[in-house]
Design a protein around this ligand. Structure first.
Ligand SMILES: C[S@@+](CC[C@H](N)C(=O)[O-])C[C@H]1O[C@@H](n2cnc3c(N)ncnc32)[C@H](O)[C@@H]1O
Length: 257
């Protein structure tokens, strides 16, 4: 992972157990954010809990909801794999027969879509500008690389992480750019809303950012750009896609360049 300093949101590092306090301080220094011994003393809306072999985000106001982790071996992701929910995303990026495009996931987030693509056999470059999320992704990739589940290990070997703003990246090997920007409209699942809510609390939304990302992506030397949208949302920046692949709650707008 590059040592680039990315944007940092409102986050405090807290040890999950008393013995993890030195580790919490060390990570806070690395992330350039505060650390406190107890979550109740944190003034930020989001807390990063650290244990010796785990880390997770918790939104302070939403303590009743479960924490947000990056875990590629999680039952949720493994279910998504078995239930065939991967197919739409695979089709959108151009997985067909023996074809496995190399994908630049320019909005890596919690790495779930990137994992799905890697599991389908695509080489995936993940770019995430939040250093907190990049740290969680790096940790998850390290764990996945020694997972007891061989498919998780294999998928992790196809994923490469970089911290930074995608718009500073020049794709050379990737033939597809995938965007799942931070849109504020609704997605149906409560779990997805909870995860997005933590990401938004960490980084907020800047006006026209998603549109700028699409403009950057379509100017790159790739064959297609795929944008994930909520099923009822208009196309990003009002730009009509070449075609669309629809699921129940989300759709993928495909721009063939
Ligand atoms: C909705 S989340 C993506 C979720 C992801 N598809 C997943 O499956 O977990 C959007 C993420 O994109 C990141 N992001 C937005 N603009 C970015 C940019 N220009 N460069 C890098 N990351 C960006 C945000 O920090 C956020 O974590």
């Amino acid at each position: 992972m590059s040592s680039l300093q990315a944007t940092l949101g409102d986050c405090t590092v807290v040890p999950a157990v008393a013995g993890a306090w030195p580790l919490a301080q060390q990570l806070a220094l690395k992330l350039n954010c505060p650390s406190v011994r107890r979550a109740v003393d944190a003034s930020s809306s989001v807390v990063l809990f650290v244990d010796h072999d785990d880390l997770w985000l918790q939104q302070q106001a939403l303590e009743q909801v479960s924490p947000v982790r990056v875990d590629f071996a999680s039952p949720g992701l493994q279910h998504r794999r078995r239930s065939g929910q991967n197919e739409l995303l695979g089709r959108a990026v151009g997985v067909k027969g023996g074809e496995r495009p190399s994908v630049l996931d320019a909005t890596a987030g919690l790495g779930r879509d990137a994992y799905v693509l890697a599991d389908l056999g695509c080489a995936v470059t993940l770019i995430e500008r939040s250093d907190v999320l990049a740290l969680m992704l790096q940790h998850a990739l390290e764990r996945a690389s020694i997972s007891a589940i061989s498919s998780v290990q294999l998928a992790a070997s196809r994923m490469r992480l970089q911290l930074g703003d995608s718009r500073d990246y020049k794709p050379t090997q990737e033939t597809v750019i995938y965007l799942d920007p931070m849109f504020t409209d609704r997605r149906s699942s409560a779990a997805v809303k909870k995860d997005l809510s933590v990401l938004q609390a960490l980084h907020g939304n800047v006006d026209n950012e998603d549109e700028q990302l699409l403009a950057w992506a379509t100017a790159q030397p790739v064959r297609r750009v795929v944008v994930k949208r909520s099923i009822k949302s208009p196309p990003l920046d009002g730009r009509k896609p070449s075609h669309t692949i629809k699921g129940k709650a989300v759709r993928f707008d495909v721009y063939v360049l």
